[in-house]
Design a protein around this ligand. Structure first.
Ligand code: ADP
Length: 625
């Protein structure tokens, strides 16, 4: 046996920290190391099988079946996990086990240190995989030979502290053999029955035989190929948990078999929770692609649009060429067809769930509503159907209850032509908004939007069921039975106070021509003295604000000021103005009135100037007491 002196290497700093956390802080669910190591072994075998199917040069065929063998030695307190997959070269050992490529690993450490969430779940999500071996072992050997021609047999060894060694060892077959020497606290894991039961719980659906001390333990079955009537709920749920490392049952599942236009078995799930919500990095696509039970690729991004990345499951089509190269998935015609078909089916499925189980659907909406919104914004072909899945609170709904656009349209008044919405930080803010006044007095329902992306979503939708979708801050809204805001120009035959207000408006227009594009008499206001409306047809003020924040030099455009002639402040200002157009209080109050409308529209005002002005006004009014 030609064994060479071991060479010592240092772990990358990040890896050291992770190892430290794994070894010293994770006490619960230690048995997940079995799942993690088996999953690595199965991946490696899968890679080998894929190479056998696709590579041009023949891989040396040994007559061994592709399988995972586990040896549990109660005597030596060790567990050995063997696979005959692709194995690793020295560089791969260093790259894969000595460093952490995972971009989220810093997040992971932070989350653990803040002790948010269950560490075992976190491990699953971050795929810490191999390192979980150190939760139970005082020493780990990774003995391997790569499938590549002329690869060396290697022994990687570490006790999980700062260093590891690699030495050569010729008498090693292709694949990997991981030897865990259990530490004192975990010796009881060296028990055949215990390991078998862990495998049944976590790894039952692995698609290669898993043998423990020679005896096969897992079921190996492609459940998605079975008839749904032959599958119990618990079996579906177990499969889902196996697939996603989840601890909870899925919220929805969809199991369909079709023969036309494409032969396809699909079993997909929607999780209970949206993990992106916890501030984890973006969810990776979660659908695995099979051709007649043989895995082509897991987490295929070409099979569903990006906004459906929260969907987990399996798509199996016999119409796909087995040796399809991963790189060409995107251009494959059949994949394109599957994607189109599946997207529509999932949307239809959600629509029917919304109808049949509205409460459950709302729970889904609260978790995953943002993905639906992303879809309305980005999926041109399906946006109308996706729009039926949107849910909003409205001026006529109770807090926390939601309506669909279909509900809204069904309850529209006969004279109402458009669908209206208003954006605000909260229900309370919107309820008191001057923008709502005219809708309230006309008894017209308004959708409440709280999420910054909603504005973009509804604007990109433009219309629903043949009705325009209109922002409540838009100028010239015509609620039937009411005229729009009045232009004052050319109105000559007026009673004297009407003439006065007309002149006042013209004066305002002149002195504020730099920051207002127009001033009008409002017909929409009931209580408030003035309001700023948006003459832009494309963008709401709120959208313009977002653009301004992200693009330097972007201007939100001049707005139209509407004033309410029946409001006492306006009446008094007109009186003052008639007496003396240069009156200091008049000028201060007008400026403040306009700043107030900017603030209510969510636009920027110069705070310093405003505070000075308010102080001056306060000084005057207090002084006059
Ligand atoms: P992950 O599996 O999430 O990538 P791991 O730390 O478990 O993270 O493994 C890191 C890498 O090491 C794997 O991506 C794979 O390339 C390699 N690896 C792990 N186990 C094996 C194995 N049994 N055979 C071949 N390669 C392996």
């Amino acid at each position: 046996m030609a064994t060479q002196a071991p060479k010592t290497y240092e772990y990358q700093t990040e890896t050291k920290r992770i190892l430290d956390v794994v070894i010293h802080s994770l006490y619960k669910n230690k048995e997940i190391f079995v799942r993690e190591l088996i999953s690595n072994a199965a991946d490696s075998i899968e890679k080998y099988r894929h190479l056998q199917l696709t590579s041009k040069t023949d891989l040396p065929s040994d007559n061994n079946a592709l399988e995972i063998n586990i040896d549990v030695s109660e005597e030596s307190k060790s567990i050995t996990i063997m696979d005959n997959g692709v194995g690793m070269t020295r560089d791969e050992l260093i790259g894969n086990l000595g460093t952490i490529a995972h971009s989220g690993s810093n997040d992971f450490i932070k989350k653990l240190e803040e002790s948010k969430g269950d560490p075992a779940q976190l491990i699953g999500q971050f795929g810490l995989g191999f390192y979980s071996a150190f939760m139970v072992s005082e020493n780990v050997k990774f003995i391997t030979r790569s499938y590549l021609p002329e690869s060396e047999g290697l022994i990687w060894e570490s006790n999980g502290e700062s260093k590891y060694t690699i030495s050569r060892e010729e008498s090693i077959d292709r694949g990997a053999r991981i030897v865990l020497q259990l530490d004192e606290k975990n010796e009881e894991l060296a028990n055949v029955d215990k390991i078998k039961s862990i495998i049944k719980e976590y790894s039952n659906f692995v698609s290669y035989p898993i043998k423990v001390n020679g005896e096969q333990v897992n079921a190996i079955q492609a459940i998605w190929k079975k008839r749904s009537t032959d599958i119990e709920d618990t079996e579906y749920n177990e499969f889902y948990k196996f697939l996603t490392n989840a601890y909870t049952d899925p919220k929805f599942r969809m199991h369909i078999t079709t023969d036309a236009p494409i032969q396809m078995n699909t079993l997909v799930f929607i999780p209970e929770e949206n993990v992106e919500k916890f501030g984890f990095s973006r969810t990776e696509p979660g659908v695995n692609l099979y051709c007649n039970k043989i895995l082509i690729e897991s987490g295929v991004k070409e099979i569903l649009p990006d906004y459906l990345r929260f969907i987990k499951g399996v798509v199996d089509s016999e119409d796909l060429p087995l040796n399809i190269a991963r790189e060409t998935l995107q251009d494959n015609r059949i994949i394109g067809k599957i994607k189109k078909f599946l997207t529509k089916r999932i949307i239809k499925f959600l629509q029917s769930e919304a109808k049949d189980s509205p409460e459950k659907y709302i729970e889904f909406w609260k978790e995953f509503g943002n993905y639906v919104k992303e879809g309305v914004h980005s999926d041109f072909d399906n946006k109308t159907e996706l729009a039926k899945l949107l849910r909003y609170e409205t001026s006529k709904s109770d807090e926390g209850t939601f309506k669909s656009l279909d509900d809204y349209v069904a309850e529209m008044k006969e004279s109402q032509k458009d669908i209206y919405y208003i954006f605000g930080e909260s229900r309370k803010e919107i309820d008191h908004s001057p923008y709502l006044e005219m809708f309230r007095s006309a008894d017209i329902e308004v959708l409440y939007l709280y999420d910054p992306i909603d504005d973009f979503v509804l604007s990109s939708l433009l219309e629903f069921d043949g009705k325009n979708i209109v922002s409540s801050d838009k100028a010239d809204i015509d609620l039937s039975g009411k005229e729009g805001a009045k232009d004052v120009e050319g109105e000559k035959d007026k009673k004297s106070d009407e003439k006065d207000i007309t002149k006042f408006v013209n004066w305002l227009k002149k002195i504020h021509k730099d920051n207002l594009s127009d001033v009008k008499l409002s017909t929409r206001l009931v209580d408030s003295p003035a309001i700023l409306v948006n003459p832009d047809d494309q963008m709401t003020t709120h959208m313009q604000k977002i653009m301004q924040a992200s693009q330097s030099g972007y201007s939100v455009g001049n707005k139209v000021l509407e004033i309410n002639p029946d409001n006492i402040i306006i009446k008094n200002l007109v009186k003052l103005w008639k007496k003396d157009k240069k009156d200091n209080v008049l000028l201060l109050a007008v400026d403040q009135l306009i700043d107030n409308t900017f603030l209510l529209a969510g636009l920027h005002v110069d705070t310093r100037t405003m505070v000075d002005r308010i102080n001056e006004l306060m000084g005057k009014s207090i002084g006059s007491k």
